[in-house]
Design a protein around this ligand. Sequence first.
Ligand code: BG6
Length: 469
Amino acid sequence: MIHSKLKSFPKGFLWGASTSAYQVEGAWDEDGKGPSVIDMGKYPEGTSDFKVASDHYHRYKEDIALFAEMGLKAYRFSIAWTRIYPKGTGEINEKGIAFYNDLINELLSHNIEPIVTMYHFDLPYALQEKGGWSNRDTIDAYENYAKTLFKYFGDRVKYWLTINEQNMMILYGAVLGTVDSKIENPQKELYQQNHHMLLAQAKAMKLCHEMCPNAKIGPAPNIISIYPASSKPEDVIAASNFSSIRNWLYLDAAVFGRYNSIAWSYLEEKGYTPVIQEGDMEILKSGKPDFIAFNYYSTSTVAEIKNDSSDKNSTGDQQIAIGEPGVYRGVSNPYLEKTQFGWEIDPIGFRSTLRELNERYNLPLLVTENGLGAYDKLEEGDEVNDDYRIDFLRKHIEQAKLAITDGVNLIGYCPWSAIDLVSTHQGISKRYGFIYVNRDEFDLKDLRRIKKKSFYWYKDVIESNGDKL
Ligand code: BG6
């Protein structure tokens, strides 16, 4: 639809930026922090570990001053569960509470709204050793952790995100380390873990409303429009299959407290249905989100199945549709350009995703990740001319504005990432930030902060409430 006049971004729009604890903080074993699955995980050869990351743990004041200079209205970060409970449960680590208290206070002193992810991939290793999300005790551990966060920080944090990209943890479990890929039926195990995470999330949402009546809470999956490769009806069914398995399974459970029927039929067909105990569905129904947060990088395009092993294309990753025999085949979209890392760039798909979410759930939407990973170059005179990032973000913000004009209730936009950090599986060289951190994969150099060209650009965007793009 062409609109003759575009609506403006609403007053109080949460112009922000995002990070996660293990990717930015460093100090992986300091001040009583326990190890997480990330700390104990393996890193692809040639990429950095997460031990120092961007050293934000020691430099958060300097970083927040830069965020304030950029004009951020909100900062989305995650709390490391293992700083609060080094073993996932048991005794509280007061130094962990103190760190996040200081961080939150520092943000508020700059009028930056904290948006807190409670769990971003970094499950405490002590829980993992007891079966991780396969063990129902982890649901109680998460609920107890949630209670602690609401108790200590609920007086100041108004926006909570339960679990980052639960759908990616299940669909790409081997990459994100929630299941041992060597076990006999990892997929079945993953969907059991998924069920437990859904219960944990529902309990946290309920608890948040009881303990912090002025706060809002929502899930934060990675949601994207799925395109059929053509108008061939078989392609359309394949797209619908993938969309239900990848997107709606997670959000239907979070919002309506039930399993999506197409996704459930997939679980039945594959023999992946989770064990559901008596009372579980009541728990699922008891938690209600106030908004939907979601991460968006790209769309996926899928085609009709051939129902043989060629349906599975092995080159995929979390943003590249892989395919599954008998369900859908991932294909590349000939209309889209790709990033240096092979992810398709699709700003219009962003508008389409916003519209789909709005139509299905009719809840406020908050974008918690969107951005471009690239090999940035530090040039002479401490300049980073990341025009490609500006171009990417500009086009996505333009589409967000169109979506708002379409009637979507978008309350905030937090691109990934506020500052350079270590990518989940591609090291520090895959940079996303508005602020450059001077280090390489293995040479930590001086870790100094350098404002990129996109920093100044985003500052103008925020100052003009999205008018000056
Ligand atoms: C999301 C995650 O999957 O995408 C982030 O929530 C991650 O943790 C981001 O860093 C970008 O992915 P990657 O693999 O390029 O770091």
